[in-house]
Design a protein around this ligand. Structure first.
Ligand code: NAI
Length: 344
């Protein structure tokens, strides 16, 4: 008997989004993932067609399905509209951004990496409470930004990180902060993590704290000393690109945005306008995000089949896109991936 269909929203996104989404959908099809897709626009494409980068119909779809697979969405730098990714996170209270970084191609600069960055996704300096103060005819004479972290927001993500780490049988949680300088803004995060560990997790998992600048250095010198990292929004944004770099670059890093009202799965990378339309993008990150989406709906076995096929495509078939030093096209990769899944 066929499994019941699971309603889910599909947002192909901007730039390389539609190209890599083809690969993710082909992989999901090959494992008979039972998603009933509602395809919706967002991003620059939606702005051009519907006059809104995040149309109400797209929001209504996610409100209904509470589950989405999303391609990258472009955000203008400096001026222009507010990031749609940030708006989506706020709208659906997606407080946990979970970004695993695992070595998929052995023998690289760093081997056997297996890290998870848990990033607070709604608060901090990312809230965009910003303004300029004009002085003497210079409209941008002074720039100001206000970061806000709350006890409750810190509790949500830190609890998620501890629970996730314990459930996965991980060995250690590291809280990353800058409480020596931003004593209130990131001090509250550190303090909350220390309290929660002492109260609820001290018998379950090891815990440590590290300052963000030292953390960057340590991640480059000896990333194996870490396991699960939990941190505030901006630091998580930066650290997760760093950890993606340890495993072959942005093309390899998936992410999930988990919240009270919905879960949205995506690649860590952006719309890569420099290679969009050329058919050469690496779809691995979005394919792995699709596998995380299967884990989320309790279909881990299907997720594992996709992860195995990704590894076989990269290592046994040696089918690799340009960012990994190969010359395969996105379509070559997809063909190999689907064959690997079907012939498993
Ligand atoms: P980017 O991640 O799009 O690209 C950075 C570099 O990595 C580029 O050289 C690009 O070609 C390469 N790259 C990224 N993904 C790749 C892939 N799958 N295969 C091969 N190479 C890949 O970052 P950038 O250029 O800073 O941002 C472009 C746009 O994407 C911006 O508008 C930004 O706001 C948006 N963005 C959206 C995100 C999202 O939707 N979650 C996340 C990050 C950025």
């Amino acid at each position: 008997m066929n499994a019941p269909k699971i309603p889910a929203t599909l947002i192909p996104g901007d730039g390389i989004g539609p190209e890599i989404m083809e690969a993710a959908l082909a992989a999901l099809d090959a494992v008979d993932a039972p998603f009933d897709w509602d395809t919706q626009p967002a991003g620059m494409g939606a702005l051009a067609m519907h006059g809104d980068p995040l149309p109400e119909t797209t929001l209504a779809s996610i409100r209904r399905t509470r589950l989405a697979l999303k391609g990258p969405l472009e955000t203008p730098v400096g001026g222009g509209f507010r990031s749609i990714n940030v708006r989506l996170r706020e709208e659906f209270k997606l407080y946990a951004n979970i970004r695993p970084a695992r070595t998929l191609i052995p023998g690289g600069r760093y081997d056997n990496i297996d890290l998870i960055v848990c990033r607070e996704n709604l608060e901090g300096l990312y809230m965009g409470y910003e303004h300029y103060i004009p002085i003497d005819g210079d409209p941008h004479a002074v720039a100001m930004s206000t970061g806000v972290n709350t006890r409750q927001g810190a509790r949500h993500i830190i609890e998620y990180a501890f629970e996730h780490a314990v459930a996965l049988g991980r060995r250690k949680v590291t809280v990353v902060h800058k409480a020596n300088i931003m004593k209130a803004l990131t001090g509250i995060f550190l303090e909350t993590a220390q309290e929660m560990h002492a109260e609820r997790y001290k018998d379950k998992i090891e815990f440590e704290q590290v300052i963000v600048d030292a953390c960057c250095m340590k991640l480059v010198m000896n990333p194996w000393q870490f396991d699960v990292l939990v941190t505030t929004n901006l630091f998580g944004d930066i650290l997760s690109d760093l950890t993606a770099g340890l495993v072959g670059g942005l093309g390899m890093a998936p992410g999930s945005n988990i919240g009270a009202d919905a879960a949205i799965f995506e690649a860590v990378h952006g719309s890569a306008p420099d290679i969009a339309g050329k058919g050469i993008a690496n779809p691995t990150a979005l394919v792995l995000a699709a596998a995380l989406m299967l884990d989320h709906v309790n279909m881990k076995e299907k997720g594992d089949r996709i992860r195995r096929a990704v590894s076989e495509t990269l290592n046994m078939d040696n089918v690799r896109t340009g960012d990994l030093g190969g010359n395969a096209s996105t379509r070559d990769y997809t063909t190999s991936l689907v064959a690997r899944i079907r012939n498993a």
